[in-house]
Every structure is written in structure tokens, then in C-alpha cells.
Design a protein around this ligand. Structure first.
Ligand code: PGA
Length: 248
């Protein structure tokens, strides 16, 4: 089965609006013809990025959204607000949201339900901590994170999902998973998805790897049969290095 390669920048809390636009000016001409790229930017840069005059092949997304539709939720941003800006996708459940901001499986199920109802493409992140991996709990953690959000949904419900496997110990540490480790984890995710959704869905879903991806380690990772692309933090902040990653 051939799946589309998807390369996503996760800028996290970096770049002012002006810096985001400078990035685009430099990055857009570097993108190979016919190549797509995805950029998840801070909320404050989204309007400018969405209306930036680049080719249609750069998709702009948010890094989070509320699980609520509207109401008394100070500081939160709703899906309707993102949609009204023309935002094209959203990241849900990034490990920094889970571990620093306390997002639980229950909250993430509500976010995934909302994304499915509203038909917005979303990247759902999962991954184990170092402690969980070292104590042999990796499979159990991945199963829990995937099942709690996706169980009961059909392949049709999930036609706009992308899964991102990001081992917490590899994020921002410079210590990427080996290609074999990442491939094994991705394969295990497909096993779970085959059980809870369908075999066909498990084979067709795009699964990204994230955690210290850089131009130097990207080719070997992407060469693995279950790795369909990347969610890139640090190496996506520089236009030249992100272009190297997208133009693989
Ligand atoms: P990193 O971050 O590439 O800086 O490790 C990846 C991520 O958090 O998505």
C-alpha cells in the first residue's frame, strides 16, 4: 500500500507574525514543485499565514483547539474561530499539551469527537515517556491513548485523521528513536487500529514520526515501511532545514 508522505512543521511557541511571514517568504520558493508542506503555527500568526500569497501547497494549521464549541472558557480558541480564519488542520494531543498542560485522554476524546463532527483534518499525537518505555509499558500506553480517543469510530469518521507517534523522550532532546524503534511502534499502532477500526483503515492511515527529526536522520526514518512522514519541531524553524525535510 502506498501512502502519501506528509511533512509537518510544529513551530510551538515560536515566531511573531512578522517572523512567520519572513519564514514563508524564504521557504515558499524553496519548496519543490508539486511538493506539499504543512505548518502548525501559533494562533497569533494564523491569519497572516493563511492569507500569505504562497502556492496552494502550503497548508496552515493550529497547534491546539478547545474541546468546547463556545462559552465561558477564558483563553481558549474554538474550532469555529479557526475555521473562520481558513485554518486547514489542527494538532490534537501533542505531548506538551498532555504533559505540561494536563490534557487527559478524556479531554482528547472530546477534541477528537469535535474534529470528526466538524470535519476538520487533524493530527492526533501519541507517545510514551522514557519511564514507560523502560518499564515495558510502551504498548499499553499507545493502546490506551489510541483506544480512548478512537474506539467506536469508523474508517469513514476518521478519513481526515493523521496519527503522529512521538516518543516523549525523543522530543526536543536531539535523541531521535532509531528507525527500527519508530517503525516497530508504528506497526504496533496499525495493529491496534486494525482491531478497533478496520484492517483497511490501519493500512491506509498516514502515521508520522516526531522527535528530533532533522535533515541528517530523515532519509533513513522515512525509508521504514510504516513511517509516512514527520512532525518536526526544532528543525522546522529554519526555512532551509525545513525545505530539506520537505523536499526529501
Ligand atoms: P522536535 O519536536 O522535532 O523539536 O523534537 C517534535 C514535536 O514536538 O513535534
Amino acid at each position: 500500500m502506498t501512502r502519501k508522505t506528509v511533512i509537518v512543521a510544529n513551530w510551538k511557541m515560536n515566531k511573531t507574525e512578522k517572523e512567520a511571514l519572513l519564514f514563508m517568504d524564504e521557504f515558499a520558493p524553496l519548496l519543490k514543485k508539486g511538493q506539499e508542506a504543512y505548518i502548525a503555527a501559533p494562533f497569533t500568526s494564523l491569519p497572516a499565514l493563511v492569507s500569505h500569497e504562497t502556492s496552494a501547497s502550503i497548508f496552515i494549521g493550529a497547534q491546539n483547539m478547545s474541546q468546547h464549541k463556545n462559552g465561558a472558557f477564558t483563553g481558549e480558541v474554538s474550532i469555529k474561530m479557526l475555521r473562520s480564519l481558513g485554518v486547514q488542520f489542527v494538532i490534537l494531543g501533542h505531548s506538551e499539551r498532555r504533559h505540561i498542560f494536563g490534557e487527559t485522554d478524556e479531554m482528547l476524546k472530546a477534541k477528537v469527537d469535535l474534529a470528526v463532527d466538524e470535519d476538520i483534518p487533524f493530527i492526533f499525537c501519541i507517545g510514551e515517556t522514557l519511564e514507560q518505555r523502560e518499564s515495558g509499558q510502551m504498548e499499553q500506553v499507545l493502546r490506551r491513548q489510541i483506544s480512548s480517543a478512537l474506539k467506536g469510530k469508523s474508517g469513514a469518521d476518521l478519513k481526515k485523521i493523521i496519527l503522529a507517534y512521538e516518543p516523549v523522550w525523543a522530543i526536543g532532546t536531539g535523541k531521535a528513536a532509531t528507525p527500527q524503534m519508530a517503525d516497530e511502534a508504528h506497526n504496533y499502532c496499525r495493529t491496534i487500529l486494525s482491531e478497533i477500526v478496520s484492517k483497511n483503515f490501519a493500512e491506509s492511515i498516514t502515521i508520522l514520526y516526531g522527535g528530533s527529526v532533522k535533515p541528517e536522520n530523515s532519509k533513513e526514518l522515512l525509508g521504514q515501511s510504516h513511517i509516512d512522514g514527520f512532525l518536526v519541531g526544532g528543525a522546522s524553524l529554519d526555512p532551509q532545514s525545513f525545505a530539506k525535510l520537505t523536499n526529501l
